[in-house]
Design a protein around this ligand. Structure first.
Ligand code: NAD
Length: 260
């Protein structure tokens, strides 16, 4: 990826999936710019960016369009054109990531869909202008978009909409050689995941029942992310690629799995 330059949105700390992808892109020679959400995360993101010789282009809260404009303006100043953008952003009120989906409030529904789904389109609008030689846009999704998962609730609905938007964005931007894909990652213990009810149970269930009999790491998702950001995937767009130890092909509980 020597000579490629990309913007990474969604690093919170060194357990973030975005960090796994950033490390893999850096290892192949890409030059990176990072955003952070708020002062508390800035303190975590700055040293991580320095570790990979990257740049920090500022605070970005996707509920505030002015901050998105500002980080893209800063990225343009820094890089001129860009080759890839990672969107690894999601949010729902923790109180609604437990219990029943039917109890979702209008306020949290709107906020979750804005942050977890629409923001990818908002980012794509801004990225398109800087991807003058084509490019790659990547987002992160989860199997809870396809099937019911306990506690995932409004986030499952947001991810389903996000996956549909990958296909629509791929069709819109394909003629400019801008590719749009998503990785559907298996469960990983991150800051965002800690808000999901019974997350330890979900991790164990995946470990016992996935074909590889384990969960995945941010480095494994990172390597797949690097493939999407690089020319290795130049013929691929509109794809939802599972990096989940094969869990999505399983139709039934492994009868030999221990009790959880
Ligand atoms: P994480 O907590 O490390 O990252 C989530 C990021 O979202 C944070 O950097 C946070 O700052 C950012 N964010 C939240 N609201 C924002 C806002 N309003 N504006 C800007 N940024 C905002 O957790 P993660 O698990 O690495 O999450 C990254 C992505 O991966 C998310 O889309 C998540 O849904 C997805 N994902 C996670 C898992 C998992 O099990 N961890 C599985 C599949 C998909």
């Amino acid at each position: 990826m020597k000579g490629k330059r990309g913007l990474i949105l969604g690093v919170a700390n060194n357990r973030s999936i975005a960090w796994g992808i950033a490390k893999a892109c850096h290892a192949q020679g890409a030059e990176l710019a990072f955003t952070y959400q708020g002062d508390a995360l800035e303190r975590r993101v700055r040293p991580l960016a320095a570790e990979v010789g990257g740049h920090v282009v500022g605070h970005c809260d996707v509920t505030d369009p002015a901050t998105m404009d500002a980080v893209f303006a800063e990225t343009e100043k820094l890089f001129g054109k860009i080759d890839f953008v990672l969107h690894a952003i999601a949010f729902s009120d923790k109180d609604e990531l437990t219990g029943r989906y039917v109890d979702t409030t209008e306020g949290n529904f709107t906020k979750s869909l804005l942050i977890s789904c629409y923001s990818f389109t908002a980012i794509a609008q801004r990225a398109e202008k800087l991807m003058v030689d084509g490019g790659s846009l990547l987002t992160l999704t989860y199997y809870g978009a396809e099937k019911w998962m306990p506690h995932y609730n409004v986030m499952g609905v947001a991810k389903a909409a996000l996956e549909a938007s990958v296909r629509y964005l791929a069709a819109d931007l394909g003629p400019k050689n801008i590719r749009v894909n998503a990785i559907s990652a298996g469960p990983i213990k991150t800051l965002a995941a800690s808000g999901i009810g019974d997350f330890r149970y979900i991790l164990k269930w995946n470990e016992y029942n996935s074909p590889l009999r384990r969960t995945v790491t941010i480095d494994e998702v990172g390597d797949a992310g690097m493939y999407f950001m690089s020319d290795l995937s130049r013929g691929v767009t509109g794809e939802i690629h599972h990096v989940d130890a094969g869990y999505h092909v399983v139709g039934m509980k492994n009868p030999y799995a221990p009790d959880i």
